[in-house]
Design a protein around this ligand. Structure first.
Ligand code: NAD
Ligand code: MG
Length: 335
């Protein structure tokens, strides 16, 4: 992280109060406060244009799927900031892609809201995943780490079984893992790449939901991570963007199908968010460096800024929300 970035973050966090400021200098996953018990008065408002480091970022390509702990700046997944208030007490959640990015932000928030959480991730992401396990445990909840490749149907079935066994049931599923590879011409999209994108983004949620359904009681919530790309696809994301349209679409059909059973199905549509997805092939190098500069806030989102949406869609008091797509995109894109 550059000195400018450090200063910006420190100034911002200082604005949140002395307790959190102390936490900000601790390692990302070593928050010194217990956010679930932190009741330090009225929330302060902050200017969203000044909350986080703005582009340009340094060039930092990583091989797929990337480690967010090696990014500069490291994405903020709410490690030192998310405060729970018991909204998911006793719930049991499975989150794919729970090691980093939006999935990690959801995992941290869910645990601090009182849920036990199983996370899936690709085996090479063990380092990021273990940080999340430590954060869930620090919140006083059960953490289950289940590495494996979502492109395999057998693995997806075993993932659900392992999560159900370890958590003693399941009532929240977040199909969040995703594959995004930027390729400028359809002529260069190999069948293998196209297939990997479809398997990860479309087949895996299908296999996981199918395997999980017999275990889901009425009141359960299924959440998919779609994208602004579902509505306004970029030319270099031919394969990826159509999977996000499919995600938006399955959310709406499944919500109709499962509504009578009392199971809600919703989606989150992020705009540009600073995550490992983008620097491990998801965006062209020049786009990575100026990532998110085109939003109305002059910067990309951080995963922490979407955590409360994942909480809201899972929480029992959102009982009338189903078949919805909640967006968060810094004033650009849809929905
Ligand atoms: P991320 O790289 O932090 O998370 C994606 C995760 O997907 C990885 O951590 C990995 O664990 C998982 N994954 C991918 N392929 C897998 C496989 N074969 N087996 C097991 N796990 C696999 O990036 P993120 O941006 O937080 O991505 C989360 C979701 O958000 C994705 O669905 C992505 O499409 C979506 N999204 C991201 C953005 C953005 O700008 N970052 C915008 C819109 C939507
Ligand atoms: Mg990851």
């Amino acid at each position: 992280m550059s000195e400018d970035h450090k200063i910006t973050r420190r100034q911002v966090v200082a604005g949140l109060g002395a307790t959190l400021a102390a936490a900000a200098v601790a390692p990302a996953f070593g928050a010194t406060t217990n956010p679930t018990t932190n009741a330090d008065g009225p929330a302060k408002i902050s200017d969203p244009t000044k909350l986080y480091p703005k582009p340009p970022y340094k060039s930092q390509p990583q091989p797929w799927p990337g480690l967010q702990s090696k990014m500069d700046p490291v994405p903020d997944c709410g490690e030192t900031s998310y405060k729970g208030s018991g909204r998911l007490m006793g719930r049991k959640a499975l989150i794919t892609g729970g090691d980093s990015g939006m999935g990690r932000a959801a995992a941290i928030a869910y645990a601090r809201e009182g849920a036990d959480v199983a996370i899936n991730y690709y085996p090479s992401e063990e380092q990021d995943a273990q940080e999340v396990v430590a954060l869930i445990q620090k919140a006083g909840r059960k953490a289950v780490a289940i590495p494996g490749d979502l492109r395999s149907e057998d693995f997806c079935k075993s993932l659900v079984e392992k999560a159900v066994t370890a958590l003693g049931g399941l009532d929240i599923i977040v199909n969040n893992a995703g594959r995004q590879q930027s390729i400028n011409s359809i002529a260069d999209v190999t069948t293998e790449e196209f297939d990997a994108t479809m398997k990860t983004n479309i087949y895996a949620p299908f296999w996981i939901i199918k395997a999980a359904l017999p275990h889901l009681p009425a009141g359960s919530a299924i959440i998919g991570t779609t994208s602004e790309q579902a509505y306004d696809p970029s030319p270099d994301l031919y394969a990826y963007a159509q999977t996000k349209a499919a995600t938006m679409n399955y959310v709406k059909s499944l919500a109709k199908q499962l509504g009578p059973k009392g199971i809600r199905v919703n989606g989150v549509a992020p705009g540009p968010v600073w995550t490992a997805l983008q620097i491990s092939g998801g965006a062209q190098p020049e786009k990575q460096q100026m990532f998110g500069s085109w939003t109305m806030l002059g910067r990309p989102g951080q995963p922490a800024e979407l955590a409360s949406i994942y909480v809201q869609l899972a929480a029992a008091d959102a009982s009338f929300a189903t078949g919805q797509i909640y967006g968060s995109s810094g004033g650009v894109g849809m929905p």
